[in-house]
Structure formats: structure tokens, C-alpha cells
Design a protein around this ligand. Structure first.
Ligand code: PAF
Length: 559
């Protein structure tokens, strides 16, 4: 491992940053307050892996930020050991460490410094309610680091869940030009979350501290049940029992709450109505026990002797669904398939289902344009998609293996007629919804987020400008040896197709109101996949849905 550059001054940082730009290397940053442990090293690994095609320069920052400590907190005794930290980062393969003094980072002093005020709604619960000014201090220092470093990506731990939500909001609201990634909490074998503050614990306190994650885990099914019951009284009772259990275990509870994982609004105040809640949600093998629709966070701060510890647990009602819609020619299929594999989710190719039915319609000699002719073929349709060992999708219909047959020009020519019939839309939407009952899939189409899975955890509208799509289409035609029309003509064709798709009566292309947008102009396929992972991870953190051990093919069959 080469020695990481130690940058103590802004000037040195500036030179280092410029060299990375000249070398065309993206810069990925792990901000820390030092006292590094395995959790920080996991962030460094994630920072490295977030750019598989173009190796990134990795920068770790070490700065004990006075702005985020309230009077009486542990700013003065916070562990500082730069030598030991440098030793750890050496092993981790970091390229540089930016470790400024306070006067170097805030040369005008802290007193009259401009501060960033994150939204009150995100700061009034959990730690925000007990650490006045804390998130203001975090947001301010992170914004300053972003301005000085101009990183392409920053990686934060999910351990500081509220901090992560605040920073995502700040970056989004101010359109700060940086991607954010997050990593699951790293734990000791007995479950204690790694934290720099664990080194304050005596041996006896260390034993008591492990009661925190244990009690949270034990209470999770009861919390999920209380959320599912819709009775705020039931939730209050479960949280009351859990508080007593923690206190009996020698921990002093500062707060214990169950909140919506993204808005951070307490479920004590506003339990969602019972209606629409699945009667008997199936537990996902990888997520925490079933809970309320959406994702809930059971979070606590406790004092173990003089040391303040925080921990949490995420509760999901089912495995996640990711819905990706967008106009034709935006390159959805390739990236959706890769995204599914990256996240260990099933790829639901709704287009393949319409093609499979079209193959059956043609084989039966029915008129693809006639709803009356197609409708009877929908009865007893036995259509299934499954993944083969290498990740390839297998399509079978009524006992026929038709994976390749659905890609013929005849099917291509007839599929838009078949897919436009209301009866077809209805039947296949119902089948897709059955496939999605337990979640765990990425589906792609043009009305997935609006008609098929309006309750998807993540909705993405993937698009590219007409000019970009025309350019890509020309490249594709050229590559396949076809004659390439004028770009202006291609653009006109794409505009016409868009207009048709948006204005058709049945299943028009629509962007869901709560969709996240991704415009893919100028991005390579690999970059689009990375951005998609960023978007999914905004809503579905690693702790709720860990990445698969390695690129695996899911054995799920989705009939
Ligand atoms: O999570 C931390 O260590 C700190 O809050 C951060 C993000 C480095 C800001 O000081």
C-alpha cells in the first residue's frame, strides 16, 4: 500500500484535488471525526467500490467539528489520535487524509460563521430534540467540506441515521453537486454498533451496552405488531415496556421512539390508518420483521455510565419494489436488468410478458389488433419468467419455452397492438401485482409506478433528451450494419413516438408524482447503473436490504 498523502492545509488539499482532476480521477470522500474503527473502513471500501469502471481517488477527512457539540457534551474529551488513524487508513488503501485544524477549516472563526439550517421537521425528533444545534453543525461542516473538496461522492454510515436523512435533504434541497452513498452499521459479534465513543466504556459498561441492540431486536416483532394494529396505545405500551427493559439492564434511556424512517415523524402521534394494510404480511428473508407499510425506524439513545450511545433498527413490511418507467429508447432494459442483479432483486421485464402474449396470439392465428380475438386467449394463460444460473431470463408460456421466440420481428411488429388492449393490460397488470405481492423486484415499463405498483418503495423516471436518444439510436443502427437516417429525422420519429405513448388511451406513459428523475444524457451505461443504485439507496438503505454477497442470480420464479 502506498503512503496516503497527509493534507493539513486547504492549500495542500487544493493542489491534491487539482492533480486528481488532471488525472481524470473522480474523488470519493469519507468524512469522519477520527478515532477510526472497522465501521469507517467499511465506508472506505464502499467509496472504492462505488466507481467500478473508473478508479476513484479516496480521501478521508478527519475533523472533530466543534459546531456539532452542544455545551457540556464531549467535545474536549472526544478521542483524537492522528497517528493511530493514519496507521488504519494506510491498511485501507486511502489516497489522502485531510486533517485540518479548526482555524484552517473555519479561518474566520466559528462565532460569526454562516450556518446551514436543515429543515426543522427532520431535526425535531430523536437526537435533534436532545442535541440543540447538532444537525446545524453537521450540515454546516459537511457543506464546507463539499465546497472545499468538490467531491464526486461522499459516503456516510447508516448508523447515524438521522444525520444521513438530514444530509440527503440538505444536498437535495441546495442541489449540492455531490452523490451520497450510505453503508450499513458495522457491529461487534454481540451486536453492539461500532462507534468511536465505545472506547469510553469500561469493561463492565461494555457488557451493559450490548443490551441495547439485543433489546431493540427482541422488541422488533412487538413494535411491528403494534404498528400493524394501528393503535397508538399499543405502540406506546410496547415502547414503555422496552424502556423499562433497557433501564433494568443498567442503561438510562434518553429517548426511545418509532418514527417513519424517512420523514422521521413519530408513529406515536400518527399511526397510518388500518385500511390497505396487508392482512398477513409475509416476512422477507432479508428484511427485519413485518411492520407498517413503508419503513419504520425504531431508535434509541441511552446513557451507559457517562457515555451516550445510539442505535436503531429498520422495520420493513416487505421486500422492496423498484419501479422504473420512462420513454422508449431511454435504455431502460439494460440498466434495469443490471440494477436488479446489483441489488439481489428479481428483474420483472413487463415488456417480455407483453411479447410472450403476442407470441401466443400470433401462434393461435388470432388478430392482434382485435381485443375480441385476444381476450379469450387470456383465460388460463400460464406465463412465467424465471432467472437462469447466469442471470439470463427464461420465458415460458403454456408449457413452451419462448425466451428467444419473443424477440422475432413478427412479435416486435405486433406487440404494441396487443399491449394496447384494455383487457390485456388488466390481465397482465394483475399478474404482475401478484408477482410483486411479496416485493423483492425491479420492474420496468411505462406505467409501473403509476398503475402496476403505485406503492413501490422507489419509483424512478428514467429518460434522456430527444437529441440524446436519437444519437444513441443512430449509433445502434450503425453498429448493427443498418442505414442511418438523418439525426433530424430520428428526432422527429422519437418525438412522435413519445407523443403517442403519452396520449394513448390505455396505459399512457406517465411519470409518477413521487418518482425520482434520472436524465441519462452524457452518462455511460455503468454510470447510469451507479446513479440508479444511488436513487434506490436513498429509499432502501443497506440495513434494510443488504447487497447480495456477490452478483447472484435469483432463483425466484415469478408466476
Ligand atoms: O458522522 C460523523 O463522523 C460526523 O458527524 C461528520 C459527518 C464527519 C461531520 O462532522
Amino acid at each position: 500500500m502506498s503512503e496516503p498523502a497527509l493534507l493539513r492545509r486547504r492549500q495542500a488539499l487544493h493542489h491534491w484535488r487539482r492533480r486528481q482532476a488532471e488525472a481524470g480521477r473522480p474523488v470519493h470522500v469519507v468524512p469522519t471525526m477520527g478515532a477510526l474503527h472497522e465501521g469507517h473502513l467499511a465506508l472506505v471500501r464502499a467509496a472504492r467500490e462505488a466507481s467500478p469502471c473508473r478508479p476513484a481517488a479516496l480521501l478521508l477527512t478527519i475533523f472533530v467539528n466543534p459546531l456539532q457539540f452542544a455545551p457540556g457534551e464531549d467535545f474536549d474529551r472526544y478521542p483524537r489520535d492522528l497517528e493511530a488513524d493514519l496507521e488504519r487508513v494506510r491498511e485501507a488503501g486511502v489516497d489522502a487524509v485531510f486533517a485540518p485544524e479548526t482555524g484552517e477549516l473555519f479561518p474566520g472563526g466559528e462565532g460569526s460563521l454562516t450556518r446551514l439550517l436543515p429543515p426543522e421537521t427532520l431535526c425535531r425528533s430523536l437526537c435533534g430534540a436532545h442535541r440543540p444545534g447538532h444537525f446545524e453543525g453537521v450540515a454546516t461542516v459537511v457543506a464546507r467540506l463539499i465546497a472545499l473538496i468538490r467531491p464526486d461522492l461522499m459516503v456516510f454510515g447508516e448508523k447515524d441515521w438521522q444525520q444521513l436523512q438530514v444530509l440527503r435533504r440538505v444536498v437535495g434541497d441546495l442541489a449540492l453537486p455531490v452523490r451520497l452513498r450510505s453503508c450499513a452499521t458495522v457491529r461487534e459479534v454481540d451486536g453492539l454498533a461500532l462507534s468511536s465513543r465505545n472506547r469510553y466504556l469500561s469493561a463492565a459498561e461494555r457488557r451493559l451496552a450490548s443490551g441495547l441492540p439485543r433489546s431493540l431486536r427482541r422488541a422488533a416483532p412487538a413494535v411491528a405488531g403494534a404498528l400493524g394494529s394501528g393503535d397508538p396505545g399499543a405502540l406506546a405500551r410496547v415502547l414503555g415496556d422496552l424502556t423499562s427493559e433497557l433501564e433494568a439492564g443498567g442503561l438510562r434511556v434518553e429517548y426511545l421512539d418509532c418514527v417513519d424512517a424517512h420523514s422521521l415523524v413519530s408513529h406515536r402521534q400518527a399511526l397510518p390508518p388500518l385500511a390497505g394494510r396487508p392482512d398477513s404480511p409475509e416476512p422477507s428473508p432479508r428484511a427485519a420483521p413485518p411492520a407498517t407499510p413503508g419503513m419504520a425506524l425504531l431508535a434509541a439513545a441511552v446513557h451507559c455510565g457517562p457515555t451516550r450511545l445510539i442505535d436503531h433498527l429498520l422495520l420493513m413490511s416487505r421486500a422492496p419494489i423498484v419501479a422504473i418507467d420512462g420513454p422508449a429508447g431511454a435504455g431502460k432494459s439494460t440498466v434495469t436488468r443490471a440494477l436488479a442483479s446489483r441489488l439481489g432483486l428479481l428483474y420483472l421485464d413487463t415488456g417480455a410478458m407483453y411479447r410472450a402474449l403476442t407470441w401466443w396470439v400470433l401462434r393461435q392465428g388470432a388478430d392482434a389488433a382485435s381485443a375480441a380475438a385476444v381476450a379469450p386467449l387470456l383465460r388460463d394463460l400460464d406465463l412465467s419468467l424465471s432467472l437462469e444460473a447466469g442471470g439470463a431470463q427464461r420465458v415460458t408460456l403454456n408449457g413452451h419455452e419462448i425466451t428467444d421466440a419473443i424477440r422475432t420481428p413478427e412479435v416486435t411488429a405486433a406487440v404494441s397492438h396487443v399491449a394496447a388492449h384494455a383487457c390485456v393490460r388488466e390481465a397482465l397488470t394483475a399478474q404482475q401485482q401478484r408477482m410483486g405481492q411479496r416485493g423483492g423486484l425491479v420492474a420496468e415499463g411505462r406505467d409501473v409506478g403509476t398503475a402496476v405498483f403505485p406503492d413501490a418503495e422507489v419509483k424512478i423516471f428514467l429518460t434522456a433528451t430527444v437529441a440524446e436518444r436519437a444519437r444513441r439510436r443512430a449509433g445502434d443502427l450503425r453498429e448493427r450494419g443498418f442505414e442511418v437516417p438523418e439525426l433530424a429525422l430520428l428526432e422527429q420519429q422519437i418525438e412522435e413516438r413519445d407523443h403517442l405513448d403519452r396520449s394513448r388511451e390505455v396505459a399512457p406513459l406517465r411519470r409518477a408524482d413521487d418518482a425520482l428523475d434520472l436524465i441519462t444524457d452524457g452518462l455511460t451505461v455503468e454510470e447510469v447503473i451507479e446513479r440508479l443504485v444511488d436513487l434506490v439507496r436513498q429509499r432502501v438503505p443497506e440495513e434494510a436490504w443488504p447487497p447480495p454477497a456477490e452478483d447472484q442470480s435469483s432463483p425466484l420464479s415469478n408466476t
